[in-house]
Design a protein around this ligand. Structure first.
Ligand code: TTP
Ligand code: MG
Length: 371
């Protein structure tokens, strides 16, 4: 990784790190195919098959028909009439996840799990193995395959952002390395949707500004990005240059999650605020889905044009995670006392978080009586 390439940030930079991102291939579906030979080589979906069922993930055979995560099962069945639906078995996924983490811990104590099937590892100073992050990634993939019977994909780079994008580049069973020398071209060619923190709503805003790729992003000045995206503008400015100093953090029990937006023009009407609030809720929901969380306490943050900040919270009886549910609670909080002054920032936070693995099934499945 280090070779003779010039370091990306000559002055003041931390020594080049070696980050590996590992992500299992079609995780739940692969576990099901491993444990039930009749499912191997077949298009399968893990999820509920009933009327309101949702696909949690699909085998690669099913993806060829366009079936993917979060798709309503009815639509998946239309796309792929032979699709086999399988109920999730979280215990089996947790077991595989534990084995993977065991492999990671042999190589480094700096492991940051993002979900059951995904983790960042900092292997700058590994506990064992060859002095090459690429070779370590290969060994890890082999050990996971030997011990779980499952394939994974790895990304190797000098920071988390690049490693994560890289691991998705050659799925399944991929190993993609982005050296510091390749980073600039790699980022330039990336579609804007692939940038960390860019969901569908933000991608739309980028495109409205004519920003479709990393190269487009890099051409914009920091003040321009901050003007349009607030604090996140600084992040986009840096990330388009491959600068991501976030450490691999081993203690990631999340207490809360939030998103907020500063507006270039203050919002004066409740209608406009509602609209923005649902965009922010969409971002919160997307991030919760990524981390597979539900939450019970919703907080709305309002910053008025004079920079006075107010927050309002409500705790609901059971965990929520969808854009609709979060929007509904946030609007109720906003409407409880409609702002009488122009608003320059709105934010939504969610706390009392729980992993969906234990409760998610009820939320997405039709229970008894399914096919
Ligand atoms: P992912 O890593 O996003 O997907 P994947 O492992 O199934 O497929 P890929 O090869 O593209 O990585 O998610 C891991 C598991 O999390 C997935 O197998 C099922 C679950 N999951 C959900 O339950 N709901 C979702 O919306 C997503 C995206 C994943
Ligand atoms: Mg995966």
């Amino acid at each position: 990784m280090e070779g003779s390439d010039p370091p990306p940030r000559p002055a003041m930079s931390a020594p080049t790190r070696k980050i590996v991102h590992i992500d299992m291939d079609a995780f739940y579906a692969s576990v099901e195919q491993r444990d039930e030979p009749a499912l191997r080589g077949k298009p399968i979906a893990v999820g509920g098959s009933g009327r309101r069922g949702v696909v949690m993930t699909a085998s690669y055979e099913a993806r060829r028909f366009g079936v993917h995560s979060a798709m309503p099962s009815a639509r998946a069945r239309r796309l792929c009439p032979d699709l086999l639906f399988v109920r999730p078995r979280f215990e089996a996924y947790k077991e595989a996840s534990k084995v993977m983490r065991g492999v990671f811990k042999e190589y480094t104590s700096l492991v940051e799990p993002l979900s059951l099937d995904e983790a960042f590892l900092d292997v700058t100073s590994p506990l064992k193995g060859p002095p090459s992050a690429t070779l370590i990634a290969r060994q890890i993939k082999t050990a996971i395959l030997e011990r779980t019977g499952l394939t994974s994909s790895a990304g190797v780079a000098s920071n988390k952002f690049l490693a994560k994008v890289a691991s998705g580049m050659n799925k399944p069973d991929g190993l993609t390395v982005v050296t510091p020398g390749e980073a600039e071209a790699f980022i330039a060619a990336l579609p804007i949707e692939k940038f960390f923190g860019v969901g569908p709503a933000t991608a739309k805003r980028f495109k409205a500004l004519g920003i479709r790729t990393g190269e487009d992003l890099r051409e914009r000045s920091r003040p321009e990005l901050v003007q349009h995206f607030g604090k996140a503008g600084h992040w986009y400015y840096r990330i388009s240059r491959g600068i991501d100093d976030r450490p691999v953090s081993t203690s990631r029990e999340r207490k809360s999650l939030s998103a907020e937006r500063t507006f270039s023009d203050d919002l004066a009407t409740l209608h406009d605020m509602d609209e923005k609030l649902s965009e922010i809720a969409e971002e919160v929901a997307r991030r919760m889905a990524k981390c597979k969380l539900t939450g019970r306490t919703v907080t709305v943050k309002i910053k008025y044009h004079d920079f006075v900040i107010a927050t309002r919270s409500r705790t609901v009886p059971s965990g929520i995670s969808s854009t609709e549910d979060i929007t509904a609670v946030a609007r109720m909080l906003l409407h409880g006392e409609p702002p009488k002054r122009p608003v320059r920032l709105l934010g939504i936070g969610i706390a009392k978080l729980r992993e969906t693995d234990s409760v998610g099934a009820q939320l997405v499945f039709d229970l008894p009586g399914e096919k």
